[in-house]
Design a protein around this ligand. Sequence first.
Ligand code: UDX
Length: 467
Amino acid sequence: MNTQGTVTTLRSVQPSETRRRIILFPLPFQGHINPMLQLANILHTHGCFHITIIHAEFNSPNCSNYPHFTFKSIKDRFSEIADQFVTNNDVTYYLKYLNRSCVDPFKECLIELLAEPNKGHVSCLITDATFYFTQAVSDDLNLPRMVLRTSSLGCTLAYGALPYYSKTSYFHLTKDDSDYEGLVPEYPLLKFKDIGKITTNPQGMGEFVNNMLNTMKASSGIIWNTFKELEEPELQTITRDFEIPSFTLGPFHKYFPASSSSLIQQDRTILSWLDTKPPKSTIYISFGSSTHITESEFQILANGLANIGLPFLWVIRPGMVHGSEWIESLPEKFLENTGDKGRIVKWAPQHEVLAHPATGCFWTHSGWNSTLESICEGVPMICSPYFADQPINARYVSHVWKIGVYLENGFEWVEIEMAIKRIMMDTEGEEMHERIRCLKEKLNISLDEGGSSHQSLMKLVDYISLF
Ligand code: UDX
C-alpha cells in the first residue's frame, strides 16, 4: 500500500499491449453504481482493461468524471414507475420491473458493442447480480458473464436460506406474536422481527432471490465487495455451494483516494466544520440513498439530537421525509437552538466524514457500502435498518463483529440515547472501538501486497484475461 492507504498498481500497461475490453452493467441505484464504477476503475488501473459501461437512463452516472471509460445509455422506462418509491417499499417490484424493461434495449446495445470493428476482443460482461436477465442474454451471445454482488456474503447466504414460499407467516409477525423475538431456525443469527423488515412481499422476494441465485451459479464467477478476513466462514460456505470462482477483493473504495460517483452533489463545507470538533465527539447520521422516514421518526430524531448535547452531522436528502420537500417539518427553533453544535446537509462526502478524527459514531441504515466504509475507518455504528439486506448487516454488526448497537425496536428515543451513550461514553464503546480497530487493521493488511484482497484481485485479472 502507498502512504494514502490505497493499493499500488499491480502492473502498468505496455505500449505494445493489446488491451482487452470488459463491458459492465450496474443497477441504477447509488449503492450499486458506486461499487460497479469502483470495480471498473480497479480493473482499468490494475488489470489494464478497456472499460465500457452500459447504463440505464434512470440515475445515469456522471460520465464526465470517467473520461477513460466509454458509456452507452439504454432506455429502461424506469421513470414510468419511479415516483412510486415513496409509497411502495416492495423492493422486488422495482427489481423485477427493471429485469423486464431492460431486456431488449440491453441486448441490442450489447450486440452493437460486440460488432464494433477495431475495438478489441470483449473478454466478458460483468453485471450486477440483481440483473438476472443478463445471464440468458450472455448465453445467447456466447459471452462469459461474471456478476458483481454488492451486498455481503452473509446476506447472500441468509437470502438463500429463508423459506419465502412455504412459511410466509414468518414475514408477517407483529410485536404481539410470541415468536417475534425468537430466532429463525433456517438462519439463527436472525430474529423473526428482522425478516419482517427484509421484505413486505415474501413470494415476490422468493422469486427474485431464486432468479438471482440461480443465475449467479450459472455465471462464470462472482466478484464480492468484501474481504476474506471479515466473512471467512461465509466465504467457505459460498465457495462450497456455488462451485464457481468467488473473488473477494474489497473494500473497493480503498483502491483510490476519492470517489466521484455521487448522484447528488456533496456538501464539502462540513469538513472544515468537523475540523472544529474534538476527536471522536461527533455523531454522523445518514440513512443512505433510498430510505424514506416518516415525519414522526424525523421529529423524534430532531428532538433527541437537540437534547443529547453532542455535536452531530445529519444527512437528509431532499424528499427523504414523507410529505416534505426537505427539512421544513423540523421542530420550531431547532436550527437556532442547536446552533454550531449541529449541521444538516443534503449529501455528505461520506468517506471523508467517516475518516475524520472528529467522527465518533455512525448512525446508519446499515447499507452494505456504508457498513464497509465505517469498518474501513474504524467507526462503530448504531444500526437502524429499513429493508432488504440492511437488517442482516445490522445483525452481523451487533452480534457477530460486535462493533455497533442495533436499534431493534425502531425509533424509540430512550433506546437511541442509550445506544449513543454505550458507544460514545461507556467502556463498552471503547471495546467496540478496539474491535473495529482490529478489523480495520486486518482490512489494510488484506489490501497489502500478498494480502487476501490483493491476491484475489490478481487472480481475477488473470482469470478474465483467459476469456
Ligand atoms: C442499498 C442497500 O442497502 C445496500 O446494502 C446495497 O448493497 C445497495 O443498495 P444504499 O441505500 O444506497 O444501498 O446504501 P449504501 O449501500 O450504504 O450506499 C450508500 C452510498 O452512498 C455509500 O457509498 C455512501 O458513501 C454514499 N453516501 C451516502 C454519500 O456519499 N453521501 C451521503 O451523504 C450518504
